[in-house]
Design a protein around this ligand. Structure first.
Ligand code: MSP
Length: 647
């Protein structure tokens, strides 16, 4: 079983932004998933280094295009490393292995007369690097990018693309999965419904020197798109490594943005047909990211740099956000506020808390070891689950129910559904832990079952989320005490219930996702600081402000005080807290005489459950601080009203 997936190769005219990261992360998710499922995977990405855009960018920097590309392609490699992209190859179009294949493909088409020379005139868009007919122009400008066009007349070489139009229409109609999503497929069919011209595949050297020379005419270089598209076959050995090529071609998915769908579905498909090669199984065009509703560009100053986001929020948070926020195929709007929202709710609250709670309870009640599944009273896992999951016993059915739905979402590249499906189970588990309340469970068998259920559920969830968040998936396993690496496991096997061995020692580690505090500033700008999360607080047994607020602290005045018979330490006090007088027993007899207490203002814990001490009822507690054998009552620095709340 083989699986070949590609991203577009990125122009090296600028540094990468989240739009580039988007396709590459999506391809990585698929590649990791398929590897887990036992496929032999080839995941290709790379850089598009020829053509006018790159030549101009190099000129601007005052360096040669080759030097420019040598420097700039590193920016992409670095980002992919930081994003944990698991590509198997990285192709650069300036590499010899690629140039040779482009020339070979050109020669094949030239020899079979699919390439011909003709005089041509028309409106040329420098940015898009293509000719337009006058009727297509929008107010005299390029209909695609809106920039100025130039009128150019010259001899050029053409690929007989028009010859393949009818065949391509039929292929698209017969193969519904060939172009996805469906709306894009219809768009391409609409485009092909109009007359299709031939494709100009050359540029005269005097106008553009930075390209691969045509093998049959040295006065020309290859049109950048003909050059670039060939990367998908040059990287896997077309015409120089027959076995490798046979193993991988045709590809399973070409992932790309909607703006380059025509070049892939029409130019590339017809080129392949002319070369007698089968077509890819699927071309998937995803949508575009805008930023706070606007197109992203450096000139607008809204260029979103993935490095900054990763440094601030972590790589898996960004990967999760990109895959979860917007259905793959639709446009999406990026804002830090939305990213922070996802981190705090889905990642810190739902997933992070679940792991931390589970592990801390195991630490506290089970000496830090995964307990066994069956309790002393033979209460089964199913009974446990059924009790709490009357409506949705998905947890136990992971291996069948969840896996099938998940797999079908993944095969359709419906990443957001796959994730929301898993988060539904995470939600169920949070509900389960709440209802089962293991911290208060007295029956040791039931406690064991509950804790096993939670940790086994988490082990399986880690496998599901691994393709999206490889570090997080592995971290969950590490903290559960599992030594294996997820990437070395088989998906189907590892999601089977019962894989977690009891008795292994858990290893509570870093919090998975620190909560991010959001502070709104001018306009829509968001500054955010990563703070200690609720998860860490729980680990250190910290309490939240809400929990603190549960303690009712009041200002009181001691009205009466007397010794309690037979007690060395205790005094019986009458404390006025404004609305009532309370009888309180305080252990301060060795530090204060009853007389000196009268009239003192103190802090009283007013909502403490009543207790009897040496036979005397106490309705509250007086606060005091101890040290060096001396106990000192807590008082006030100024005037305070009796009964006021101490905060
Ligand atoms: N070099 C060509 C592709 C050749 S593939 C044989 C190219 N390069 S690009 O760098 O301009 O764009 C690469 C990819 O990034 C495209 O799929 C494009 O859709 C995607 N994106 C660029 N900006 C984007 C967004 N703002 N949002 C999402 N994707 C975007 O085209």
């Amino acid at each position: 079983m083989k699986f070949y997936i590609t991203t577009p190769i990125y122009y090296v005219n600028d540094i990468p932004h989240i739009g580039h990261a988007y396709t590459t992360v999506a391809a990585d998710v698929m590649a990791r998933y398929k590897r887990l499922c036992g496929y032999q995977v080839f995941f290709l990405t790379g850089t598009d280094e020829h053509g006018q855009k790159v030549q101009q960018a190099a000129e601007k920097r005052g360096v040669t295009p080759q030097k420019h590309a040598d420097e700039l392609h590193i920016a992409f490699k670095n980002l992919w490393k930081k994003l944990n992209i698991s590509n198997d190859d990285f192709i650069r179009t300036t590499e010899e292995r690629h140039k040779k294949v482009v020339q070979k493909a050109l020669q094949i088409l030239f020899d079979k007369k699919d390439i011909y020379k003709e005089s041509y005139e028309g409106w040329y868009c420098l940015s898009d690097e293509r000719f337009w007919m006058e009727k297509d122009l929008k107010e005299g400008n390029c209909p695609d990018c809106g920039r100025k066009v130039e009128y150019i007349k010259e001899w050029n070489y053409f690929f007989r693309m028009s010859n393949y139009r009818d065949w391509l229409i039929q292929h698209i109609k017969e193969n519904p999965r060939f172009i996805m999503p469906e709306s894009r497929r219809n768009e391409v069919l609409g485009f092909l419904g109009r007359p299709l011209g031939d494709l100009c595949i050359s540029r005269p050297k005097e106008r553009l020197s930075w390209g691969i020379p045509l093998p049959f005419d040295e006065n020309y270089v290859t049109y950048v798109w003909f050059d670039a598209l060939v990367n998908y076959i040059s990287a896997i050995g077309f015409e120089y490594d027959k076995d490798k090529f046979k193993n991988w071609w045709p590809s399973n998915h070409h992932l790309l943005g909607k703006d380059i769908l025509t070049t892939h579905s029409v130019y590339w498909s017809t080129m392949l047909k002319a070369l007698d090669l089968p077509l890819p199984e699927n071309i998937f065009a995803h949508g575009w990211w805008t930023v706070n509703g606007e197109k992203m560009s450096k000139s607008r100053g809204n260029f979103v740099n993935p490095h900054e986001l990763i440094d601030k929020y972590g790589v898996d948070a960004l990967r999760y956000f990109l895959m979860r926020e917007v259905p793959f195929g639709l446009d999406g709007d990026f804002s830090q506020r939305a990213l922070i929202g996802r981190i705090n709710s889905d990642l810190a609250n739902d997933l992070g808390n679940l792991l931390s709670r589970t592990l801390n309870i195991i630490k506290k009640f089970k000496e830090g070891k995964i307990p066994p599944e069956i309790d002393g009273k033979n209460r089964s896992m199913e009974q446990n689950i059924q009790e709490y999951f009357k409506y949705d016993p998905t947890l136990k059915g992971f291996e069948s129910y969840a896996a099938n739905s998940f797999n079908s979402f993944m095969c359709k590249l419906e990443f957001h559904y796959a994730l929301s499906y898993i988060w539904k189970i995470i939600g169920d588990m949070n509900e389960y832990v709440q209802k089962a309340a293991p911290w208060a469970e007295k029956d040791d068998g039931i406690l064991s079952n509950t804790l096993y259920t939670l940790s086994e559920g988490l082990r399986i969830i880690a496998v599901y989320i691994y393709p999206f968040m490889p570090e997080t998936g592995q971290e969950i396993w590490n903290q559960l005490g599992i030594k294996e690496r997820i990437e070395n496991c088989n998906f189907k096997e590892s999601i089977k219930w019962g894989g977690l061995k009891d008795g292994i020692e858990i290893k509570i580690g870093r919090q998975l996702f620190p909560r991010v505090e959001e502070k709104m500033e001018i306009g829509d700008e968001v500054t955010a600081t990563v703070t200690e999360s609720a998860v860490a607080a729980e680990e250190r047994q910290l309490i939240s402000i809400d929990e603190f607020a549960k303690v009712d602290l009041r200002v009181g005045e001691i009205k009466q005080a007397e010794k309690i018979e037979k007690s060395k330490k205790l005094l019986k006090l009458k404390v006025d807290i404004g609305t009532e007088e309370r009888q309180v027993v305080a252990g301060i007899a060795e530090h204060y005489t009853p007389e000196e207490l009268i009239g003192k203002k103190i802090v009283l814990v007013a909502n403490l459950k009543p207790a009897k001490l040496m036979g005397t009822e106490s309705h509250g507690m007086v606060l005091a601080a101890g040290g060096d054998g001396r106990l000192v009552l807590i008082g006030f620095d100024g005037e305070v009203k009796l009964g006021s709340k101490v905060k």
